[in-house]
Design a protein around this ligand. Structure first.
Ligand code: AMP
Ligand code: MG
Length: 274
């Protein structure tokens, strides 16, 4: 049965349910009307732009979208298309690669805390502190006792940010093994994409199941009421962008941001301005 576009939406990971991370979960169940989907996404992006203007002026909250996903799952694409709808003045983007020697001499949240968006800003993380329970776990970069303690550290850290006005939403971009193959192949074949291909991508692909286990535990341990995880079916880029844009519209609407009224003293001083 075809999916009505208005019925497409994300629900937070329910930790009491079995979390599905197989190939089927990377796609919608049935087909979707492409033209209707594109039109609906265009409307959502326009709405995001409108909502951000008030969110920025209001300044009571910050928004942090955390993007995690395997190589070629579409993290850059979401930032380009969905965050591309925002006024860049109010946007903060941070990407996380392997920690530098200095970062390794600090706790794992040190580099992360510094780039959390301040109030009024919409931020996005391309990878995040979750690499410290994903790549670090699977590539055995730290002992289990070290990375296992991090689930609690992360939940407490995110709780503290939330208490300080940061609204956190976390999306795992879920691609199937077949789709990742095609996208990595395109990176090999297309000279404009060669630069994105790294040896580690192949090594990580070989550890597919170990990453699945690590993602599952991350979702189970860290989808909290204050910082929920969403699993985003991401084999189809248009569906992925639509779902995330819709979730962000609902999130920004929930803040009921308004443009602050002019200060009385400023208005009085501006009397007679023509
Ligand atoms: P990319 O996102 O393709 O630029 O790649 C960034 C790489 O940095 C990925 O292979 C990540 O797994 C890796 N990375 C990010 N954070 C960490 C971390 N805390 N520890 C180890 N590797 C990391
Ligand atoms: Mg990469």
């Amino acid at each position: 049965m075809a999916n009505g576009v208005s019925s497409l939406h994300l629900t937070p990971v329910d930790v009491s349910d079995k979390i599905k991370l197989g190939s089927k979960a990377a796609r919608l169940d049935g087909p979707v009307d492409k033209t209707a989907l594109e039109a609906a996404t265009g409307a959502l992006l326009a709405r995001l732009s409108e909502l951000q203007a008030a969110f920025h002026a209001d300044g009571r909250h910050a928004l942090l979208l955390v993007l995690q996903g395997r190589d070629a799952s579409g993290k850059d694409g979401v930032i380009k298309t969905v965050y591309g709808a925002f006024n860049p003045t109010g946007v903060q983007v941070a990407a996380f690669g392997p920690p530098t020697p200095l970062e390794l001499r600090h706790d794992f949240l040190w580099r992360v805390h510094q780039v959390v968006p301040p109030l009024g800003m919409v931020g996005v993380f391309n990878r995040s502190h979750y690499e410290d329970v994903l790549a670090v776990r699977v590539r055995e970069l730290a002992p289990e006792t070290v990375w296992r303690a991090r689930y609690d550290h992360i939940n407490t850290f995110e709780r503290m940010l939330t208490d300080n006005g940061v609204i956190i939403r976390k999306c795992m971009l879920h691609v199937s093994r077949e789709e990742q193959h095609d996208r990595l192949k395109a990176r090999l074949d297309d000279p404009t994409k060669n630069w994105k291909f790294r040896l580690d991508d192949l090594k990580d692909r070989d550890r597919w199941d170990a990453y699945t286990d690590a993602y599952r535990e991350m979702l189970e341990r860290c989808s909290t009421p204050w910082a929920p995880w969403y699993v985003v079916p991401s084999d189809d880029k248009a569906v992925r962008n639509h779902l995330i844009a819709r979730m962000l519209v609902e999130t920004l609407e929930s803040t009921k941001s308004t443009f602050p009224p002019m200060d009385d003293a400023v208005r009085a001083a501006a009397m007679g301005f023509a």
